[in-house]
Design a binder for this molecule. Structure first.
Ligand SMILES: C[S@@+](CC[C@H](N)C(=O)[O-])C[C@H]1O[C@@H](n2cnc3c(N)ncnc32)[C@H](O)[C@@H]1O
Length: 325
């Protein structure tokens, strides 16, 4: 099954420009040898990291090596390019080699760094939360467009994980009243740390969106119910990349036997929890987009639409609760 979650998660941050003319590949950089506990130049580190990750078959090896060195040596990419012969302290070299080994063995870059970038926000991530994906930024973008003209919107993000959707919406719409929930207490701890560090006021609560009491636990009169729920049927686990299967929480990925069960439940909740005219927006797998649209229409929601992502795949579904008149 083709799916963005099937990609190597680390490639979401480190995937773009593998240039051949680089600090690491210039002739004066030596042979790329590196030892734990020894001082080395930046270019030697980058060359070593690139070769080790290449050998391990990881995506974007050079970009990943640069990213890790910037993080550990607390310097910018521009400084790495500008001063490739600058020495890296021995303790940093040791930590760099350890980080390269973790990545070589398949651990996502974001877990090694401890953070991920999402909609201009730096978010803590851990094995308890899904690493936010760039595709989800498009869902946030779409939601912001939908909320234009709605004053002080009331928003509920169901299945918040790291808090990425809720926090991005709150940062873009400070006037919004944002509630976010997850069934996982450990995911909520990560989301709370993110909200605290970003000083964004989001009400984070534990709640199960598959439970019939969900609306009474979280209230009603929302203008927007938004969710990126688990949607991979258990039987498709084998089709995911090893990195995703091993490092993303299964609670975030798998929907049980039925890929649409979360969407059915969300459609029912939308009918109760949205204000008349309010909107339900979900991220979905391209393969299930039309099934999700059917579920929404059958639940009595109106103005059902499927939106394409930047890659032209149908990945966002939306529907409205009919207006009162
Ligand atoms: C695909 S992840 C999305 C996380 C985050 N919103 C994002 O876009 O990166 C789905 C999230 O739903 C949560 N979840 C799974 N089952 C749930 C349930 N029954 N009720 C509430 N949240 C649930 C998972 O813990 C996970 O954080």
């Amino acid at each position: 099954m083709m799916d963005t979650r099937g990609k190597d998660a680390a490639s979401t941050d480190a995937g773009k420009d593998e240039q051949s003319s680089s600090a690491a590949s210039s002739p004066e950089n030596g042979n790329g040898g590196l030892r734990r506990g020894a001082v080395a130049t930046r270019s030697t580190c980058i060359r070593y990291g690139t070769e080790r990750l290449q050998e391990a078959g990881r995506d974007a090896p050079r970009r990943t090596a640069i990213w890790l060195l910037c993080d550990l040596d607390e310097c910018s990419r521009a400084s790495i390019y500008g001063y490739p012969d600058q020495e890296v302290a021995s303790d940093v070299v040791t930590r760099f080699i350890d980080a390269i080994e973790r990545r070589a063995s398949g651990e996502p870059l974001q877990h090694i760094l401890g953070y991920s970038e999402f909609f201009g926000l730096r978010l803590h991530v851990s094995p308890d939360v899904l690493i936010p994906r760039p595709e989800t930024e498009e869902v946030v973008e779409y939601a912001l467009k939908t909320l234009r003209g709605v004053n002080a919107p009331r928003i509920l993000d169901a299945g918040t994980g790291s808090g990425c959707i809720a926090l991005a919406l709150k940062s873009e719409r400070p006037d919004a009243d944002v509630v976010a929930c997850d069934v996982s207490e450990s995911a909520l701890e990560v989301a709370r740390a993110n909200a605290r560090d970003l000083k964004l006021d989001v009400d984070l609560r534990r709640a199960d969106m598959l439970h019939p009491d969900f609306p009474s636990a979280l209230g009603t009169s929302y203008d927007l119910l938004i969710s990126n729920p688990p949607y991979i049927p258990d039987e498709e686990a084998e089709s995911l990349s090893d990195t995703v299967r091993e490092y993303d929480p299964h609670l975030a990925l798998f929907s049980g036997d039925d890929a649409l069960q979360f969407y059915r439940q969300l459609a029912e909740h939308a009918d109760v929890m949205l204000s008349p005219g309010g909107c339900l927006i979900v991220e979905t797998h391209a393969h299930y987009a039309s099934g999700v649209a059917d579920v929404f229409a059958r639940a009595g929601l109106t103005d059902v639409q499927i939106e394409q992502d930047l890659g032209g795949r149908p990945r966002i579904a939306r529907a409205s609760k009919p207006s009162a008149d």
